[in-house]
Write a protein that binds this ligand. Structure first.
Ligand SMILES: Cc1ncc(COP(=O)(O)O)c(C=O)c1O
Length: 382
């Protein structure tokens, strides 16, 4: 007798992971592949982090830690808020997590009950929607376009068909790279507080910006949950470490869920990450490379016919409207991989309703990879 697979387990794949698998299969046959699909730095962790990890390997038993994280790391993260944003943060409110992915699970479980409705500006990072679904929460798509810089606005939140219990924002955002300017984020935070909406602010791309000032929701709301990670600016993707800043009334719930779900975040990554905040010089060089890659693509892509690009204020993505080239972004991406050996991500991953006309190009890779991709795209006649 066939046993059931749960309804909550029937969530869509994270398509970029499927694209990555297709690209790797192609590479395994000996064909070359330029990876512009993955949203991760091509650099390793900074030297100071590696040294701290080696010291921890030799000198620590690396057992379970406190479920909320080792005190040294929670304090280092709290100091980061003072140094970077001028905000005095009690380290007690800092919760270390298994990537920001672990933080989303904790934030959603601690804040919402089954059936609650959580708004997302679409296009959005697909895991928000899929994690919410798996938890029997209802993702509510707030369709944003160029007029809203692809971000949530108070107006879009007000126009949601039924009242929301939560709102997830990301600035800079994946896949568009657009940012919420400080006043727009503050207005959303105020609206959420007065409307009983729990704001969850994904700040994972902070540190990777190209001009505009980045704002943390912590500056405008005591009730917002702020989520961040060591995966992007800190270049520690596979170390699976992130953090959240939690309003005090939610702390105990988050702690109990974290104890039961994870016991603790990875110990070696925590010991190593304490050193990450002393590595800004090395990390800054990565950001300079992203800026050069971005400038190159902004110059070259329009010449290749990709001239409708979202204003990428930060992160390492360009989101291209390719409606004049295709009505099937998945097939179009397969063609780009087949004919040019370049892996890029179809927009349907981020926007199921409108993403058949868009694609995401990641410029996190090495400068030579990005330059070669631009050269091939310019020579291509789609
Ligand atoms: C916007 C956004 N949030 C969260 C994540 C998850 O990152 P991690 O779990 O590595 O912290 C990603 C990964 O690409 C992302 O783009």
């Amino acid at each position: 007798m066939a046993l059931k697979v749960s309804a909550r387990g029937q969530i869509p794949p994270f398509i970029v992971m499927d694209v990555m698998r297709a690209a790797n299969e192609r590479a395994a046959t000996g064909a070359d592949v330029l990876h512009l699909e993955v949203g991760q730095p091509s650099t390793g962790a900074p030297q100071g982090v590696i040294a701290a990890a080696s010291a921890a390997l030799r000198g620590d038993t690396l057992g379970y830690t406190d479920a909320l994280g080792i005190p040294a790391l929670r304090s280092a993260i709290a100091r980061h808020y003072r140094d970077r944003y001028g905000i005095d943060l009690d380290p007690e409110r800092v919760v270390v997590t298994t990537g920001s992915s672990g933080a989303f699970l904790l934030a959603f479980l601690a804040s919402f009950d089954a059936g609650d409705r959580v708004g997302l500006a679409t296009p959005a990072y697909p895991a928000y929607r899929n994690i919410l679904r798996a938890l029997d929460l209802e993702p509510v798509s707030l369709e944003a376009g160029p007029d809203e810089r692809y971000q949530a606005t108070v107006d879009l939140v007000r126009r949601a068909p039924r009242p929301l219990d939560g709102l997830v924002v990301a600035s800079p955002a994946n896949p568009t790279g657009t940012m919420l300017m400080p006043e727009a984020l503050a207005a959303l935070a105020r609206h959420c507080e007065t409307s009983g909406i729990r704001l969850v602010s994904d700040e994972i791309y902070h540190g990777i910006t190209y001009g505009p000032e980045e704002a943390t929701a912590l500056a405008s709301s005591e009730q917002a949950i702020v989520i961040n990670s060591f995966s992007k600016y800190f270049s520690m993707t596979g170390w699976r470490l992130g953090w959240m800043v939690v309003p005090k009334p939610l702390l105990r719930a988050v702690e109990c869920i974290a104890q039961n779900f994870f016991i603790s975040p990875p110990a070696i990554s925590q010991h190593a990450a304490v050193a990450a905040f002393d590595c800004h010089e090395e990390l800054g060089r990565n950001v300079e490379r992203y800026a050069e890659n971005r400038a190159l693509l902004l110059r070259e892509l329009p010449k290749a016919g990709f001239d409708r690009l979202a204003p990428a204020d930060g992160a390492f993505y360009l989101y291209a409207d390719v409606a004049h080239l295709t009505n099937d972004s998945q097939e179009f991406c397969r063609r780009i991989l087949r004919e040019l050996g370049i892996a890029v991500t179809p927009g349907v991953d981020f926007d199921p309703a409108r993403g058949h006309r868009t694609l995401r190009i990641s410029f996190a890779g090495a400068a030579a990879t990005i330059a070669e991709a631009a050269r091939r795209l310019r020579a291509w006649r789609p």
